[in-house]
Design a protein around this ligand. Structure first.
Ligand code: MG
Length: 381
């Protein structure tokens, strides 16, 4: 079998899909995107495709090595995301070639269903209680929300009280049998995070995410030691090498993104590395159906998996939803807050190719917002 063609599709709301075709008629799909840089990643995918066309798609690890290291300069979100989507597509092809779901090729299922969580409250969380009630109504047993909206990095008393009040409101709606995670989105300084996180402990958040920016990973150890609240990070880390210092600092939850951190091949390894530090894996996934399908394949094959993020109804999904691009929506239908084990070969997702091609004709220009503080200076989003 040989790879004959690599195509990309820029689809709303903010995603990029790739389609890898072979001379035996087997087609693999992937989702190579970093939010806000879809056009740049698209160019990277087509550069990397030069390494793949004419090659045997089943030599996944060899392709991963060449795509990741072959151009001498390596790493970063754009290249790692381009590799990630192509890696997903190669695993999809391998599963279809061997007539097995990808998790079967990774050693077989280690669980029967996968717990998922949904987002509430958007970028500037308000009316949390109603949003959570809606997610509970939809069947979810766990949610995540931003700890704050735009705020001063040092945090005023009112801003910090707002964080505590929202979490308390969430806990009241959820009760003791459901979970809430709080995303700090790198909006606080390390000192503010150290002040705030211990105050959250009584509400028992499942974890606090990105308490500091990824460039401040060297400060995570102090935060881990400052309270009993589990610390999570990793959506902006792109390889096992970048996860190592965070794991050494004592994070409880590693959150690689299947579409950013080198795909199934590398996230598999990040999961194993996390296991050495008794950390759990909760893959980041505010993305589309192919990224979620790839995440599920990892979730079913990873012993130290905790919970899966998914984007149904997320505030970014304006104009299109995850289900708009799949033929079989049952794969993504929750039962008691869990998704069932995909049994189809490959990633298991049946992509609606006509819908994807139509969406690509319109494309999108999604960009991360730029926020500013009251004094006009740049604010972390
Ligand atoms: Mg996050």
């Amino acid at each position: 079998m040989k790879i004959t063609r690599v195509e990309t599709f820029l689809v709303a709301p903010r995603w990029l899909f790739c389609r890898v075709e072979t001379d035996e008629g087997i087609v693999g799909w992937g989702e190579p995107v970093v939010e806000g840089r879809a056009h740049t990643v698209r160019t990277a995918v087509h550069e990397l495709a030069e390494l793949l066309v004419g090659e045997d798609p089943l030599r996944i690890e060899d392709h991963w090595q060449r795509m990741t290291k072959g151009a001498f300069y390596r790493g970063g979100p754009v290249l790692s995301s381009a590799v990630a989507g192509l890696d997903q597509a190669l695993w999809d092809i391998a599963g279809k070639a061997f007539d097995a779901p990808v998790h079967q090729l990774l050693g077989g299922p280690v669980r029967d269903r996968v717990r998922v969580y949904g987002w509430v409250g958007g970028d500037e969380p308000t009316e949390i209680a109603e949003a959570i009630a809606a997610q509970v109504e939809a069947g979810l047993t766990a949610v995540k929300m931003n700890g704050s909206g735009r705020m001063s990095r040092a945090g005023t008393v009112a801003e910090i009280d707002g964080v505590l009040a929202r979490l308390a409101a969430a806990r009241e709606v959820l009760g003791p049998h459901r979970d809430v995670a709080v995303d700090f989105h790198g909006r606080f300084t390390a000192a503010t995070a150290r002040r705030v996180i211990p105050l959250l402990a009584d509400a028992h958040p499942m974890f606090v995410e990105e308490p500091v920016l990824p460039e401040h990973t060297h400060l995570l150890g102090d935060l881990v030691r400052s309270s009993s609240v589990p610390i999570a990070c990793g959506e902006r880390l792109y390889s096992r090498h970048e996860f190592l210092p965070a794991l050494q600092a004592g994070i409880a939850v590693a959150q690689p993104d299947l579409s950013h951190a080198g795909g199934i091949s590398e996230v598999r390894r990040i999961g194993s590395l996390a296991e050495v530090y008794d950390a759990q894996l909760a893959p980041h996934c505010p993305l589309g159906p192919i990224a979620l399908a790839a995440s599920l394949q990892i979730a079913f094959a990873t012993p130290n998996f905790l919970i899966q993020e998914q984007s149904l109804g997320i505030h970014y999904n304006v104009g299109a939803e995850l289900l708009d691009y799949v033929v079989d929506r049952e794969m993504f239908r929750f039962v008691d807050g869990h998704l069932p084990r995909p049994t189809r070969p490959g990633l298991g997702v049946l992509v609606d190719e006509d819908a994807v091609r139509r969406a690509d004709e319109l494309g999108h220009e999604w960009r991360s917002p730029t926020w500013r503080h009251d004094d006009g200076s740049f604010a972390e989003w």
